[in-house]
Ligand binder design. Structure first.
Ligand code: SF4
Length: 275
């Protein structure tokens, strides 16, 4: 049983993080959190195990008034285990009527189950991540996550319930992420968008490039140039300009976080356990 559930955050603008699970059943092939495996003793592939953090002590959120929380940073707090174990639901209940700022980011429509709890948290916002609206593409890259249609439905339901929502277009896959289509599909529910580029870290690099080569051979030469031949800086810099121009034209509230690598740094270097 872990002693701590609340950790100090290294994420910009976020005071604390809570990860109710270790591991993530979504199994995104590019996952930045795969490094967590070295702390667990698991030999299985990333995406095939989830450890449930059993934690009985109250989080005592009254001591964290005005502080911001990210749920979660190295798992999706609505991964498949949540359907049965409801750890996230239990944590969110503790924030009802609190003065904490609660930020959730997910790729799952399961969050709709907790809509009535979310409505009772005075300061809450929910981000939905989309890398594509193309279901076959998403099945290859994020096999356990909810389909784009389910996420759009969840986005709509939360928006209609008065819960502030935003969209993370992440990761942006070169040539394969139609970010304009995602913006247009989500626009009825939010004006707030964040963009993150596809970073290939050591653990996932070979896996992702192999999948691109096998499934999207027409895109291969571009990926080869970006990730193997040093063309990345030029590619992302041009795309950043293009996205910024589009966002300005569409009058979006946007952030292009192409250089950010906060999540990995945060958990790797973070030792300040709080509660
Ligand atoms: S949802 Fe997030 S934590 Fe889970 S596998 Fe995908 S990228 Fe990793």
């Amino acid at each position: 049983m872990p002693k701590h559930l609340i950790y100090k955050s290294g994420l910009p603008g976020m005071d604390y993080v809570i990860n109710p699970y270790t591991g993530c059943s979504h199994g995104c092939v590019y996952c930045y959190a795969e490094f967590m495996r070295q702390f667990t003793g698991h030999k299985e592939d990333w995406g095939t195990f989830v450890d449930i953090k059993c934690y009985r002590k109250s989080l005592a959120v009254m001591y964290y008034a005005e502080r911001s929380f990210m749920i979660s940073s190295v798992t999706d707090c609505y991964n498949h285990a949540e359907r049965k174990y409801q750890k996230t639901r239990g944590i969110l209940k503790q924030f009802i009527n609190s003065e904490c700022k609660v930020n959730i980011q997910t790729k799952s429509g399961l969050i709709v189950r907790d809509l009535e709890i979310l409505r009772r948290i005075p300061s809450v916002q929910v981000g939905f991540s989309f890398s594509s609206l193309d279901w076959p593409f998403q099945k290859i890259m994020e096999p356990g996550a909810s389909s784009p249609a389910i996420k759009l439905d969840a986005l709509m339901k939360l928006h209609n319930a008065g819960i502030p929502v935003w969209v993370s277009i992440s990761p942006v896959f070169p040539l394969l992420t139609d970010y304009k289509a995602i913006v247009q599909a989500c626009r009825p529910y939010t004006n707030r968008f964040q963009f993150e580029n596809l970073k290939l870290r050591t653990l996932c690099r070979g896996k992702v490039l192999k999948l691109i080569d096998e499934n999207y051979p027409k895109a291969w030469s571009e990926y080869d140039w970006i990730y193997n031949q040093g063309g990345g800086d030029e590619y992302w810099s041009e795309l950043k300009k293009e996205i910024a121009a589009y966002c300005e034209q569409e009058k979006l509230d946007y952030e292009i976080a192409f250089d950010a690598d906060h999540k990995e740094r945060m958990e790797a270097g973070n030792a300040a356990k709080i509660r």
